[in-house]
Design a protein around this ligand. Sequence first.
Ligand code: PRX
Length: 636
Amino acid sequence: MKNLYIDDLPDYFKQYKKSIKNPKKFWDKIADEGFVWYQRWTKVVDFDMEKAQIKWFKNAKLNITKNCIDRHLAQRGDKTAIIFEPNDPLEKAQYISYRELHERVCKMANVLKDLGVEKGDRVCIYLPMIPELAVTMLACARMGAVHSVIFAGFSDSAVSSRVNDCGAKVIVCSDGSYRGTKSIDLKEIIDKAVENCPTVEKVVVVRRTGTEVTMKEGRDLWLDTLLEKASSDFVSKIMDAEDPLFILYTSGSTGKPKGMLHTTAGYMVYTAYTFKNVFNYRENDIYWCTADIGWITGHSYILYGPLANGATTVIFEGVPTYPEPDRFWQVIDKHKVTQFYTAPTAIRSLAKESTQWVEKYDLSSLRVIGSVGEPINDEAWHWYNDHVGKKKCPIVDTWWQTETGGIMISPIPFVTPTKPTYATLPLPGIQPVLMDEKRNEITGNQVDGNLCIRFPWPGIARTIWGDHQRYVETYFTAFPGKYFTGDGALRDETGYYRITGRVDDVIIVSGHNLGTAPIEDAINQHPAVAESAIVGYPHEIKGSALYGYVTLKESGQVRDRENLRKEINLLISDMIGPIAKLDKIQFVSGLPKTRSGKIMRRILRKIAEGDFSSFGDTSTLLNPEIVEEIKNDRIG
Ligand code: PRX
């Protein structure tokens, strides 16, 4: 992309104004300058915010892998596209050039084609952070298949529910994965999951850990064998702008996970443009985002955004604390990383260690450092600024969501003056509004409210796979005509935004988005449990942690409570994954309920936080006496 930079603060305001006054013209220019198209669009955007029908770059034809790979070959063929840094620092890093990436993606696309995958088919990917993960996603995009990456920390039942929801034909997994000192048998999890997945015809297995696996005749195939005979030519499919690119599941406050659907052209334009500006990307930079590709951050800012810019992107397989809590700093030094993008939870956990771990390394290559996934607290912000950025690297505190596809509110480095804990200003084209409970827009500064977005942007998800009605109800109904983010925010005296957290029942634990409903469903399956309610409470490292209130059936009353806690957490691990385990479980004789039977989570949240000062009026509860009991038995 040529001249799509924002140069300085006046330029930001100028471009921002233009983008709001005439969004169509603004995005038309960006799409026109920065990408290769088989055919231009006939209309920049078409939308109906009531029905949540949104189309960008109508009738344009393209392939995202042509933009992410092929077009770089002439000038950047030998440039490293991906640096793979393995879990074990003694294992050699891999440097994959754009040319090699092209070859590997073409071969993988041929493998999938030979297995019967066609345009529009869904392919689920359950892989650790290894190059094959990126290659498989790109191969899907090249042939027009819709990838759905499932984070390789989810349990078999979480996997099967996602696979069934999108009706995947093929799953690509590995024998196992490495995480620090641990090795996890991923194929075994897939074997269990696929027992309940009637649509799955083939399971392709990548060899990574060498662990022994069972291969089911006629269904399971080793990738290395398939690649041996695969051709390295694959002409990319001509895709429509609105053809589905991928489905990515995210938790909702109620019900099953939502398969957010992102389409091709708008997503590409938005991630590429935001990557370039938010990370101040320059040609020879080495960019590293520590997220897992199984989350949206990895999709947009490890893979598509960087590659669309012809960047070098690091894929890191390991964890920040293995073999020592200096791994991040060691890798930055080793690869001379220029942009580093991580999550507040990682910063907080590393800030607890001695600063000697950071000081051991030369971090002078860094130019921009970023934060994503949850609000960053003041202390963590300063630690990051002082010890990692050495007060020279602007911190981009980027606010966005799986649903938004790309970064929405963030400082632009060297342009927007930063302010600790503030995501600061919206990117061009993004119109945040704060709304009160009565659906009125809150104007002016020094105000707070529900964060909504007024006008669509190219990266917005188009629907929830298979359930458009739920998409409309979740995002476009609370504040008609606007996209509702589910977050609260405040706007300070200068117009800077600070995200204050979720206003619904989604809880963000260590940067992972968890809905209360699926966790409660898992707990309620325990034979001794009658009912449960989950709330979040502040946690030093994780940001928020999970507190569960559980009522027992008659039979459960006499049981060993400690054991029961273990069983409940095991059940959650099995049904969802270890990330959703509860930190505290309090057994109660009842849950506070309204007269209509709704659990009063607000009160439970206050108790978990240890704030007994403002429960509000409890006299309208069905069982006000229960509040006292829960308060007295609170786990501190
Ligand atoms: O609550 C916000 C929080 O993460 C939510 C989105 O989670 P997910 O879809 O998993 O995507 C995470 C990565 C983009 C948001 O609704 N969040 C994300 N970034 C920030 C944030 N909260 C505060 N500050 C941020 N920078």
